[in-house]
Design a protein around this ligand. Structure first.
Ligand SMILES: NC(=O)c1ccc[n+]([C@@H]2O[C@H](COP(=O)([O-])OP(=O)(O)OC[C@H]3O[C@@H](n4cnc5c(N)ncnc54)[C@H](OP(=O)(O)O)[C@@H]3O)[C@@H](O)[C@H]2O)c1
Length: 242
């Protein structure tokens, strides 16, 4: 019997965690749709790597999110898994956090997820199957006070809360919603704080995480192996919360 390959959308996939995750899903055999926003040359590279399933999209714009999902259904007729990796970071004490910073951080971390979800809710419900994974941040979602990144912490906490509401609403429709909370994961474009030896050594595991370790968590949450996991925040953070 021929089983069609899963169709997966990974956002924030031009670089960093999103790119690593997209590669892992492609290696699993999925048809992977990737999204780039600003770097046209990178978009051309992704086009070659992901069999033309490449989309330019600013997910801060709800119309672009709608068009992205519509195009994926036109191309592949379904969408099994989504891993949403968009989410800007910023460090500043509260007194230096401007109104535009609040809007930008909430826009990037929360509203892109809202727009994407609004776009895919109906077609995925019709399938009565699917998984959505969102990237939060270990220690930020409701647990730990932050001195230097309040807007990011508030935005990720809002995303965490949104995802739990989404999980409870979509579970009866066969759509599982979960989150991954990475800790420190350095890569070429990550914030320099991810390379801070003092921060790394303060973790119980004494080191930063790897892109591969987060990608494996995304694969698990988007597989039959996690078929009873709903509303979970999977911390992949070297023990940050202990
Ligand atoms: N790396 C870590 O240590 C760490 C730790 C905890 C949580 N996380 C979370 O994990 C996720 C991925 O992290 P990362 O380090 O890989 O992030 P990253 O290096 O900042 O990459 C994010 C990607 O998202 C894209 N993007 C941003 N805003 C967008 C928008 N409005 N529409 C479409 N694409 C947009 C960016 O595209 P452009 O290139 O066009 O800007 C970029 O390619 C984020 O949610 C982050 O908060 C990361």
């Amino acid at each position: 019997m021929h089983i069609p390959a899963p169709v997966t959308l990974v956002t924030g996939s031009a670089r960093g965690l999103g790119f690593e995750i997209a590669q892992h899903f492609q290696d699993r055999g999925d048809k992977v749709h990737v999204v780039w926003r600003s770097d046209e040359a990178r978009g051309a590279e992704l086009y070659e790597m992901f069999d033309a399933r490449t989309h330019r999209c600013d997910l801060a714009d709800p119309e672009q999110a709608d068009a992205l999902v519509e195009r994926i259904f036109q191309i592949d007729g379904k969408l099994d898994h989504v891993v949403h990796c968009v989410g800007d970071y910023m460090e500043a004490p509260l007194e230096d956090t401007e109104l535009e910073d609040w809007q930008a951080l909430l826009g990037s971390n929360l509203m892109t997820a809202v727009h994407l979800t609004n776009a895919l809710r109906e077609p995925m419900r019709e399938q009565e199957f699917g998984s959505l994974v969102f990237l939060t941040c270990a220690g930020v979602s409701n647990y730990k006070a932050r001195r230097n990144c309040a807007a990011y912490a508030a935005a990720k906490s809002a995303l965490h809360s949104f995802c739990r509401s989404l999980a409870i609403q979509e579970a009866p429709h066969g759509i599982r919603v979960n989150t991954i909370a990475p800790g420190l994961v350095p890569h070429g474009a990550a914030h320099p704080a991810t390379l801070d030896p003092a921060l790394q050594q303060a973790l119980p595991m004494g080191r930063a995480g790897t892109l591969e370790e987060v990608a494996q968590a995304a694969l698990w949450l988007s597989s039959a192996h996690s078929s009873y996991a709903v509303g979970v925040e999977l911390c992949v953070s070297g023990g940050l919360l202990m």
